[in-house]
Design a protein around this ligand. Structure first.
Ligand code: FES
Length: 679
């Protein structure tokens, strides 16, 4: 039944307004188009009332009140602006400026600073009070961010964001009075502290106290208003975190998360260190024209026409002489569904290739093996169910490295919801505050899983004995078994350490154990599989990942590899195809590690330069990522590259545009959703 919210009638600046009971004066004003300046307030955070910039007059109150924390009441009369209020706000702003070194001219945040904007808005062009600041330290120990305490206004936004959204509670107020500053843990530097480097503190900081070390001095005097804001998604790990990418003159200036107060995604729109900073890093030498390796190993630039002729000619010749069986295709699964579909169709239908796979194909095969072995259904649970679970068991999973936001959800679960978290298997580092950690090798891990399944009243004690745990660990594991048996809503999270094993047996046991606890109402299993790359789930669903191993002893003649960002796994995977006479790589960057394994390099746009759809880590959702930057002049996008190659080998793609391709990929992904397994 819909609960009716009580309404309250009040007057703001002579205008009668009606708002929900419980709203603050600031919310009531904003809902009615009345602007009140703020500084410490942030829509995604709790209200604190620290800066007093939002003060207003309220009938019957002898003093000005902070509108961001004062709730409305029936019949209230509010004045948000008059000469006295403006004077008070200006004076308080002067004190803030006088307290520390806010010399905008030398601040990297100048032009993109809320404190500076407020000074313009309140026409505070000089100070009538004396400067009183002490010299404060700066902290440049972290690779991504610097802290300059001299520019901090102690608004506490960073402290609240770190605790309320990220669940880290690394930042806090230290010292008292004029010596107050925002510290990390017990007065550590950022690098020494337990900070995860997610940068949310920097995003909510209204001044230049927390700044991005990859980009600085990009805005001057309000020029941030000229920046283009591109709504996008991060495709680094499969959680599809929404982002706003700030771009100026085809330069990426910064990436911000879409922070929310409580509703929406359980992560409340935070980004991890990867989502915020990875794209700002230099990835290696950019490839901007096609290149061919000559006999003496040197690389020579060629035209697009020459490269298409060379690659299609080689593929055609080999196919005609020896059949497609000797051709292979390998792709990164960090690419969009469209690229993965295009690649698969080109290789399988156009080249009749003998083998097509993704670099993370072995993980897919282990999972597929586990289902076959256990004959169980595997429809994975949504990662959004993590906060609801009363117990989470991680097996061979290291979310801090791959999906750091999951690590944040677990931290909050442990600290704020008394969630029980146990980590089984070798993984490092474990989610912080995890009370149960058993870093055992695979043999013992299987015994622990079987102990969980049998319980301590069955064969559990015997199985546990075989696992050779230390006495304290045996006791701790018995607690885990008890917690698991009492748990009404457990969830398993499996990671790469397990899916990377050739043997599917442990995973099959886990699938069976998860089934033992019953499915979710949506028929999904209490299991999430953390996949290795940003769009592994899309690649698995589209069938670009192969269900078969690389055929042994094959005599490979030619191959085509489609790459994303530089990745250490490329070279080892290509080793399996050693001996191929001709290998062409399509890549945004010069793949240094493959220099002597490929013969031809074809440039393509980087992920920020190409649009596309990505599928979430659990395979349940897809999101469209529009491009934020233009590729370097002369670089063709993947669609153009494959269209040209297809035409020249005499193969007609069954879609005529990127849009058609996108629709086909979407249909294929949906088709898989109708099957009982989630990939
Ligand atoms: Fe209200 Fe700071 S914005 S007190």
């Amino acid at each position: 039944m819909e609960t009716k919210v009580k309404k309250v009638k009040l007057t703001i600046d002579g205008k009668e307004v009606v708002v929900d009971d419980g709203a603050t004066i600031l919310e009531a004003a904003r809902q009615n188009g009345i602007k009140i300046p703020t500084l410490c307030q942030h829509d995604a955070l709790s209200n604190w009332g620290g800066c007093r910039m939002c003060v207003v007059e309220v009938d019957g109150s002898p003093k000005l009140v902070a509108s961001c924390v004062m709730p409305v009441r029936d019949g209230m009369g509010v004045v948000t602006s008059n000469e006295y209020i403006l004077e008070c706000r200006r004076t308080m702003l002067e004190f803030i400026f006088a307290e520390r070194n806010h010399n905008c001219m030398f601040c990297p945040q100048s032009g993109d600073c809320e404190l500076q904007d407020l000074a313009y808005e309140l026409q505070m062009d000089h100070l009538t009070v004396a400067f009183s600041f002490n010299k404060f330290p700066t902290d440049v120990t972290n690779e991504y961010m610097a802290i300059d305490h001299n520019r901090c206004i102690l608004c506490g936004r960073c402290v609240r964001a770190c605790k309320e959204i990220v669940g880290a509670s690394v930042l806090n107020f230290q010292n008292r009075g004029p010596k107050s500053l925002i510290g990390m843990d017990l007065d550590e530097t950022r690098e020494e502290s337990s900070c995860y480097g997610c940068g949310i503190c920097m995003q909510v900081c209204p001044t230049g106290a927390m700044v991005n070390r990859y980009r600085g001095h990009y805005a001057v005097k309000g020029h941030s208003k000229d920046w283009q804001q591109v709504e996008s998604v991060c495709s680094q790990c499969g959680l599809l975190c929404p982002t706003i990418n700030f771009v100026k003159d085809n330069n990426l200036i910064k990436i911000e998360g879409k922070l929310t107060s409580a509703n929406g995604r359980p992560d409340r729109g935070q980004l991890c260190y990867k989502g915020r900073f990875e794209a700002l890093k230099t990835k290696g030498k950019r490839l901007d024209s096609p290149m061919v390796r000559s006999g003496n190993g040197t690389w020579k630039t060629v035209t697009w026409d020459e490269i298409f002729k060379l690659v299609s000619g080689k593929l055609n010749d080999i196919k005609k002489k020896e059949g497609g069986q000797v051709i292979f295709g390998l792709t990164s699964s960090a690419l969009s569904n469209e690229e993965l579909m295009l690649f698969k169709d080109f290789m399988t239908q156009g080249c009749s290739a003998g083998y097509v796979d993704t670099f993370d194909g072995p993980h897919f095969r282990t999972v597929a093996g586990a289902i076959k072995e256990g004959k169980e259904t595997l429809r994975e649970a949504s990662w959004k169910k993590i906060p609801e679970a009363d117990m989470v068991i991680l097996l061979g999973a290291a979310p801090y490295q791959r999906q750091p936001i999951i690590s944040s959800l677990l931290r909050k679960g442990i600290m704020q919801n008394n969630q029980k978290v146990a980590v089984l298997g070798e993984t490092d580092p474990i989610p912080p505050y995890t009370p149960y950690y058993f870093p055992v090798a695979d043999g013992a891990l299987r015994l622990l899983v079987q102990t969980l399944k049998s319980g301590m009243d069955g064969d559990g004690p015997k199985l546990l004995e075989k696992a050779w745990l230390a006495a304290d660990d045996v006791k701790a594991f018995q607690e885990v078994v008890k917690a698991f048996s009492d748990s009404a809503n457990p969830l398993f999270i499996v990671g790469e350490k397990l899916t990377g094993l050739e043997d599917s047996a442990i995973l099959a046991d886990i699938v069976s154990l998860a089934n033992q606890k019953g499915l979710y109402p949506d028929k999904s299993l209490r299991l999430i599989i953390l996949k290795p790359r940003g769009n592994s789930a899309g690649a698995w669903k589209l069938g670009t990942s192969s269900s078969k191993k690389v055929p042994g002893k094959s005599k490979w003649k030619a191959g085509l590899v489609l790459l994303g960002e530089p990745d250490d796994s490329y070279a080892a995977a290509l080793e399996e195809f050693k001996g191929a006479d001709f290998v062409a790589a399509i890549s945004p960057y010069v793949p240094e590690s493959l220099a002597d394994q490929v013969d031809v390099l074809i440039p393509k746009p980087s992920w920020l330069e190409e649009e596309g759809t990505f599928t979430s880590v659990d395979g349940l959702e897809s999101a469209y990522k529009q491009k934020s930057l233009q590729a370097p002049v002369g670089v063709m996008d993947s669609w153009e590259i494959f269209k040209n190659l297809a035409e020249r080998i005499g193969f007609r793609l069954d879609y005529q545009s990127w849009k058609d391709l996108s629709q086909k990929a979407e249909r294929e992904i949906k088709k898989q959703e109708l099957l009982k397994n989630s990939f």
